[in-house]
Design a protein around this ligand. Structure first.
Ligand code: FMN
Length: 198
C-alpha cells in the first residue's frame, strides 16, 4: 500500500510512521525551571547524534516545559528508561503546569548531578548530563505551534555499577525500554554481535 504522510481518513486507522521508525530511544529529560522547579518528561524524538563530542537531541512539538527550561537554563539530564520504570515514565508525561514537579507526581527520587544543576532520576540506571549547544526551529503544520530541535553536548555520564557486566553496559540485563508506534513499547531482551568488515 501507499500512504500520504499528511492525510487522514485513509485505509489505516492510525498514521504508521512512528511504528515504522522504531524502536526509538526515550529521552527521559529532567530539567529545572529558572525558579528552581524540577521537571521530568519523556521525549521519543530523541537520539544520540554525534561523537567527538558526544551530542544528543530531543524535539519538542510545541514549546513545552522541558523546552522552555532548557532554553532558559541551558542544561538537562537524560535518564535511562528501563522496564521497571515505565509507569513512572508514563506518569511524568502528564500535562502539568510549569510549577509542578513530575518527580513527585511519579513518586521518583532525585539524585544530584555532577556538572549540571538539574537532578537525575535516582532510580534510573544511567544518566547523561547535558549542556545546550543549539536550538533549531522546525517548521510546523499547526500555525499556533512552534516545534523545536534541542541539541546538547554530553558533559558527564552516570551508570549504576550494578548495570556493568564484564566491563560493559548490558542493555538486555538492564532491560532498556524503547518506544514503538501507537501505545506500544519494547524491551531489549536479546542482543547479538556483528563485526564491521575490515
Ligand atoms: C513515550 C513518550 C514519548 C514522547 N515523546 C515526545 C516527543 O518526542 N516530543 C514531544 O513534544 N512530546 C513527546 N511526548 C509527550 C510529552 O512527554 C508530554 O507532552 C509532556 O507533558 C511534556 O512535558 P513537559 O511540558 O514537562 O516538557 C511523549 C510522551 C511519551 C509518553
Amino acid at each position: 500500500m501507499h500512504f500520504d504522510p499528511d492525510a487522514i481518513d485513509q485505509a489505516l486507522k492510525h498514521n504508521p510512521i512512528k511504528a515504522l521508525v522504531a524502536p526509538r530511544p526515550i529521552g527521559w529529560i529532567s530539567s529545572l525551571s529558572p525558579g528552581g522547579t524540577a521537571n521530568l518528561a519523556p521525549y521519543s524524538f530523541f537520539n544520540l547524534i554525534c561523537d567527538a563530542p558526544y551530542m544528543v537531541m530531543f524535539a519538542s512539538s510545541g514549546h513545552k516545559d522541558s523546552f522552555n527550561n532548557v532554553r532558559a537554563t541551558g542544561e538537562f539530564v537524560w535518564n535511562l528508561v528501563t522496564e521497571n520504570l515505565v509507569h513512572e515514565m508514563n506518569a511524568s508525561a502528564g500535562h502539568y503546569g510549569p510549577t509542578v514537579d513530575e518527580f513527585a507526581i511519579a513518586g521518583l527520587e532525585k539524585a544530584p548531578s555532577h556538572k549540571v544543576r538539574p537532578p537525575r532520576v535516582a532510580q534510573a540506571l544511567a544518566a547523561l548530563e547535558c549542556q545546550l549547544d543549539q536550538i533549531v526551529p522546525l517548521k510546523s503544520d499547526d500555525a499556533g505551534r512552534c516545534n523545536s530541535l534541542v541539541i546538547a553536548s554530553v558533559r558527564h555520564v552516570f551508570i549504576d555499577d550494578a548495570a556493568i557486566l564484564s566491563g560493559r553496559f548490558d542493555a538486555a540485563h538492564a532491560r532498556t525500554t524503547a518506544r514503538l508506534g501507537y501505545f506500544d513499547y519494547t524491551v531489549v531482551e536479546d542482543t547479538f554481535e556483528l563485526k564491521r568488515p575490515g
